[in-house]
Design a protein around this ligand. Structure first.
Ligand code: GAR
Length: 200
């Protein structure tokens, strides 16, 4: 199976996925890294790992449809069977999601359905929750609302700062995302309505 990882930022999840693949834990090829941010560090990580990169910037297209058509073109050329969003800070359109229905995964740094959006860690910390943690889910049209594949609880202690909490959440992300990806690759994720059953 060919995987495309979409990133906009530092790419620590991409790195965890690359490392898992190199160790033979993820049994698929990371064919492509797609980014909307030409200077993001995720692209450097991809290049260091010898993975093809493509930058598609929204500002170069008048309408979102053309921007996404360019991405889909590239995905088709590379025979991509799984899209992994790893800190890709852009909403995909309904048409895009339908073109890859149930083949797009996302990681969110809070226990969904709490603290959706782009500030999942900050919002949970400021709310004062005692437990938070990352969620891996299938992407559907509604933001951060697709069927949940995996979650990992992270306790918030009295001594935590937003930064220390972020670090603890990222450590968990780097464990659960490769695991969820490998389950997808093995065909072990079965969507039943809102629920995802993990087959043995
Ligand atoms: C991760 O914490 C991920 O959960 C979050 O962006 C970060 C990317 O870090 N995603 C979202 O907030 C999506 N709403 P990375 O670039 O180091 O992997």
């Amino acid at each position: 199976m060919n995987i495309a990882v979409f990133c906009s930022g530092s790419g620590t999840n991409l790195q965890a996925i690359i490392d898992s693949q190199k160790k033979g834990y993820i049994k698929a090829e990371i064919k492509l890294v797609v980014s909307d941010m030409p200077d993001c560090y995720a692209l450097t990580r991809a290049k260091n790992a010898g993975i093809k990169t493509v930058v598609v910037e929204r500002k170069n297209y008048k309408v979102k449809k053309d921007f996404e058509a360019e991405i889909i073109n590239t995905l088709k050329k590379e025979g991509i069977g799984l899209i992994v969003l790893a800190g890709y800070m852009r909403m995909l359109s309904e048409d895009f999601i339908k073109a890859y229905e149930n083949k797009i995964l996302n990681i969110h740094p809070a226990l969904l359905p709490s603290f959706k959006g782009t500030r999942g860690i900050k919002d949970a910390f400021e709310y004062g929750v005692k437990v938070t943690g990352p969620t891996v889910h299938f992407v559907t049209v509604d933001m951060d609302a697709g069927p949940v594949i995996m979650q990992s609880p992270v306790k918030v202690t009295e001594d935590d700062t937003e930064e220390s909490l972020a670090q603890a959440i990222h450590e968990e992300e780097h464990k659960i995302y490769p695991r969820a990806i490998q389950l997808f690759v093995e065909g072990k994720l079965k969507i039943e309505g809102r629920k995802v059953r993990i087959l043995k």
